[in-house]
Ligand binder design. Structure first.
Ligand code: ADP
Length: 344
């Protein structure tokens, strides 16, 4: 096992720079999730750590070793891909044993490691099968098994659940969490799905356009986003934003502060509580209700034309076109500079 240190890591493809200097410390045994919208550089960063992509500038250290010029196979990392990348003509056993065999590991040791990994992943019964006779979830477990047998210092996962259906995704996510608990290895996991990030990570790294926006525990990012981008990326449905002019006169009294001229206030849908007009922090005309049974997503539009969403326990009694007032506990309001996006 090992921690990682990234210092001023940059990547260019020809004249186009896509990573703009990433500094990051990953502790030994930590589960770190890289998250961000498509194209932000998550996979590129992971592939640079793996050694599948050259590092244009800066250093990547695994443990105490600078690995910039170390071949992928010698870095002590094992990667699990979205597409599983199994050999179709080999059995599950042979797929899992392949890397060890290439490395001329003793056959008895191979047998031991493959059996142990199969046991952990509950695929012992499929060892003689060909991957084509497995479900997507089982194939991904084989791919994870192939990583486990190598006993890597660091596990790297590149969107490993993307090809699975919703139910399997939840199940496999839990299995990966259990695996981390059991092995205690350093794991780096790439996803664009903030729910995966929130549920799996010890530490989330939010990326945008090749830069780190914020690093923190899931709850830190949710409760104290450093800027408007992180505030909207973490949490679902995303945080609503209002400028001073978008709020009724009652708002400042309830919030205990005015929203400044260059500021906006962020209110999470799940923190909005229906109330009477005297206590309103925001008001909106009812546009649409999505009733999901356990909660309702209420889509509204403020008199100033700002669209927003409230997440309520029950669907509202009001009809479409009627106005609903919402309040919020003042400590749950977030303020950001409109220009810079930074927390005010
Ligand atoms: P993510 O994994 O967050 O979706 P990527 O790491 O795949 O993002 O890509 C980051 C940026 O690098 C994107 O703008 C992408 O277009 C660019 N990029 C990735 N691979 C190449 C490549 N081989 N050549 C040129 N640009 C690339």
């Amino acid at each position: 096992m090992a921690g990682l240190t990234l210092r001023d890591v940059r990547k260019s493809y020809g004249a186009t720079q896509v990573m703009h200097g990433v500094d990051l410390d990953i502790e030994d045994g930590e589960f770190v999730v890289f998250v961000g919208p498509s194209g932000c550089g998550k996979s590129t960063l992971l592939r640079m750590i793996a050694g599948l992509e050259e590092i244009s500038d800066g250093t990547v250290k695994i443990g105490e070793t600078v690995v910039n010029d170390v071949a992928a196979s010698k870095r002590g990392v094992a990667m699990v891909f979205q597409t599983y990348a199994l050999y179709p003509h080999m059995t599950v056993y042979k797929n899992m044993a392949f890397g060890l065999k290439q490395a001329k590991t003793d056959p008895a040791e191979i047998e031991k490691r493959v059996s142990a990994a199969a046991e952990i992943l509950q695929i012992t019964d499929y060892l003689d099968r060909s991957p084509r006779n497995l479900s997507g979830g089982q194939r991904q477990r084989v791919a994870i098994g192939r990583a486990i047998v190598r006993d890597p210092e660091v596990f790297l996962f590149d969107e490993p659940l993307s090809n699975l259906d919703a139910a399997l995704r939840v199940q496999t996510r839990l299995e990966i969490a259990r695996l981390h608990e059991r092995l205690g290895s350093t794991m780096i996991y790439v996803t664009h799905d903030q729910v995966e990030a929130m549920t799996l990570a010890d530490k989330i790294v939010v990326l945008r356009d090749g830069r780190i926006e914020q690093v923190g525990s899931p709850i830190e990012l949710y409760e104290r986003p450093a800027n408007a981008f992180v505030a909207q990326f973490i949490g679902s449905p995303k945080m609503n934003f209002f400028k001073a002019n978008d709020l009724p006169d009652t708002a400042a009294g309830i919030l205990g502060r005015k929203v400044g001229a260059g500021e906006q206030v962020g209110l999470r849908p799940e923190h909005l509580i229906p109330c009477d007009a005297a206590n309103a922090v925001v008001q909106g005309k009812l546009e649409l209700v999505e009733n999901l049974g356990e909660y309702a997503l209420v889509h509204l539009i403020s008199p100033q034309g700002v669209e927003f969403i409230a997440k309520t326990e029950k669907p509202p009694a009001e009809a479409k076109g009627e106005t609903i007032n919402f309040t919020i506990k003042s400590e749950l309001a977030h303020y950001f500079d409109v220009e810079t996006g930074l927390r005010a």
